[in-house]
Design a protein around this ligand. Structure first.
Ligand code: DGT
Ligand code: CA
Ligand code: CA
Length: 575
């Protein structure tokens, strides 16, 4: 049973939801949520490790009890405690928790008083005006609930890139074992590094397509086979993720990879380009009359169309074809270009590792420098630092830095921006730090003009050198706040502040288009992990994917530069 880390994480999340509905101890709920995050982001395949009888690494926040549940799930596909919880709470109710504005208390009231268990039932109750009569609800809340349900019901479920990548990796390994298979590859939005993926599009080459399709549909994680034929098959995995497979002859590999990588808009541009040249382009090759002139590799097909190879992240019909024609494609930043990271947490705030452990992990991930940037005091749930603890930590960072080899530490802070645009710590506390990152963690719902003015005011503080997760969205969970990003980017450029591209798979904030906007305005971007544990430096690759989608080159990204240049940049214009 190939249980993926994402499945374990989902089970832990479900336990947390159900416990929350039972009014359980908030620390217990938080423990499951933290465990879900740690497991979900881990590169190492836990179920495979357990199956192979190898010991598990020490996982932060996962004690004996949680580890036992993890092992139970990895070996049996279920957790007894979760099954019991499911019996105690009506099915479907946990889904109500996902609606904005509905916490466990309100959801309990809804199912206990109104016997509402599902989204459609809740929508009906809202429409019938039955919700406003409950204590703690009003007509306005009722209306918000109805709107939120209509929004979620209209949405097709998409998967976060990092989650889809986990499923794809395991499936590709499975396909590699199919009879006669030569090449296997993931195409579609996953290959274009889109922040969310609707379904997986896999490609294989083999002489006997039907045999490969049969092997594919026998993958143990398949919940439903939608179709299986000579050249194509589609399945739905237990997680609900759909996977399409196409099998083509070797001589069509490049053309098929291009076609299924998309995007659709990019494909249409190329097909028209082919037509203009009297050629025909499809997933089998590029044809002149009925004769194939290219097809086996992408390079060959692009070249036969008179173009250089275009990186998948650019294939969105956002000017890449024109740039390719002019031989003016950007040389995109690569993961290997990153030399440092400005945003990591430790046990001093809500991280799970020590400063030293984080530094060593950064070095193991090929980084030369790391700034420790904890939360500031206003964020009490995260044990944010006040000036006294901050000064203490700075001494500690200096002490540890002196004895480290191969990686340098910088002292930073992720300081909260208050409602009026002032910062949560006095200038005297910020001035000695190498990196001050300003971050909005509250008052997400200010009107646009106020939110913009607030952020611009924070950027006026001369100590601020990076703006954290600038749009503030959580994919799947929270909309971005309403802010004039062009004004923010221009201010960053004028003030010499870098915009963070937070690489956490749930944030990926900046978006691709905002990266592009930053580049057009000449502002710098810093790709940061925001790591809360030693494993999360793995997420930098998703930040780089997003940056590439935003046309960023090495020089555009602050942390591709060597430390001495970066230090000079960080101290420019400060007292
Ligand atoms: P997704 O799955 O919503 O995240 O996005 P994609 O881009 O993976 O889209 P998907 O799975 O519907 O199709 C995979 C690729 O197949 C797509 O990127 C381009 C190609 N494709 C699909 N439908 C068409 C079409 O009607 N015309 C052309 N030219 N290409 C198509
Ligand atoms: Ca797809
Ligand atoms: Ca598809």
């Amino acid at each position: 049973m190939p249980v993926k880390n994402a499945d374990i994480a989902a089970a832990f999340e479900q336990i947390a939801d159900l416990l929350e509905l039972q009014n359980a101890n908030p620390f217990r709920v938080r423990a499951y949520r933290n465990a879900a995050r740690i497991v979900g982001e881990l590169k190492l395949d836990l179920a495979a490790t357990i199956a192979a009888g190898r010991p598990l690494p020490k996982l932060p926040g996962i004690g004996t009890d949680l580890e036992a549940k993890l092992r139970e799930f990895a070996t049996t596909g279920r957790i007894g405690a979760l099954e019991r919880l499911k019996k105690e709470v009506p099915a479907g109710v946990a889904e109500l928790l996902k609606l904005p504005g509905l916490g466990p208390k309100r959801v309990r009231a809804l199912y206990e008083e109104l016997h509402v268990h599902t989204l459609p039932q809740l929508l009906r109750a809202a429409r019938d005006g039955r919700i406003r009569s409950l204590p703690g609800f009003g007509a306005k809340t009722e209306q918000h609930i109805a709107e939120a349900i209509e929004r979620t019901m209209g949405q097709v479920r998409r998967f976060k890139l990092a989650v889809a990548a986990q499923y794809a990796e395991a499936l590709l390994a499975h396909l590699q074992q199919a009879p006669g298979v030569v090449e296997v590859a993931a195409a579609g939005s996953l290959r274009r590094a889109k922040e969310t993926v609707g379904d997986l599009d896999l490609l294989a080459t083999a002489p006997d397509g039907a045999a490969v399709c049969r092997h594919f549909t026998r993958y143990p994680d398949v919940a439903e086979v939608l179709q299986s034929g000579e050249t194509r098959a589609s399945v739905v995995l237990k997680s609900g993720l759909q996977v399409d497979l196409r099998v083509v002859p070797q001589e069509s590999y490049g053309a098929a990879l291009m076609y299924f990588t998309g995007s659709k808009a990019h494909n249409i541009r190329l097909r028209n380009l082919a037509i203009d040249q009297g050629l025909k382009l499809n997933e089998y090759g590029l044809f002149k009359d009925r004769c194939a002139i290219a097809g086996e590799s992408e390079e060959e097909v692009y070249s036969a169309l008179g173009l250089p190879w275009i990186p998948p992240e650019l294939r969105e019909d956002r000017g890449e074809v024109e740039a390719a024609k002019k031989r003016a494609l950007p040389t995109l930043v690569e993961r290997g270009d990153l030399r440092g990271d400005f945003h990591a947490h430790t046990k001093w705030s809500d991280g799970t590792a020590t400063i030293e452990e984080m530094a060593q992990a950064a070095r193991a991930h090929g980084l030369e420098y790391l700034a420790i940037s904890e939360h500031s005091r206003r964020l009490t749930v995260a044990h944010g630092l006040d000036p006294v603890r901050l000064a203490k930590q700075r001494d500690e960072i200096e002490r540890i830095d002196a004895k480290l080899d191969g990686v340098r530490l910088l002292a930073g802070i992720e300081v909260d921006v208050l409602e009026d645009g002032s910062l949560d710590l006095p200038d005297a506390a910020l001035a000695p730090l190498d990196v001050v990152i300003a971050a909005v963690h509250s008052k997400f719902d200010l009107p646009r003009a106020k939110q913009t003015a607030r952020i611009l005011a924070a950027l006026d503080n001369l100590n601020v050198k990076i703006l954290a997760h600038p749009i503030g969205r959580l994919i799947d969970q929270r909309e971005p706040y309403d802010v004039d990003m062009l004004a923010v980017i221009r201010k960053c450029k004028a003030r010499g502040v870098a915009l963070e591209l937070n690489a956490h798979p749930q944030r990926l904030d900046l978006t691709d288009l905002h990266c592009r906007m930053a580049k057009d305005e000449g502002a710098r971007v810093a790709i940061n992990s925001d790591a809360h544990s030693v494993h999360e430096f793995d997420n930098l690759v998703y930040g780089v994917g997003q940056a590439r989608r935003g046309w960023l080159e090495k020089a555009d990204v602050l942390n591709t530069h060597p430390l001495d240049e970066v230090r000079a940049w960080l101290w420019r214009g400060r007292k």
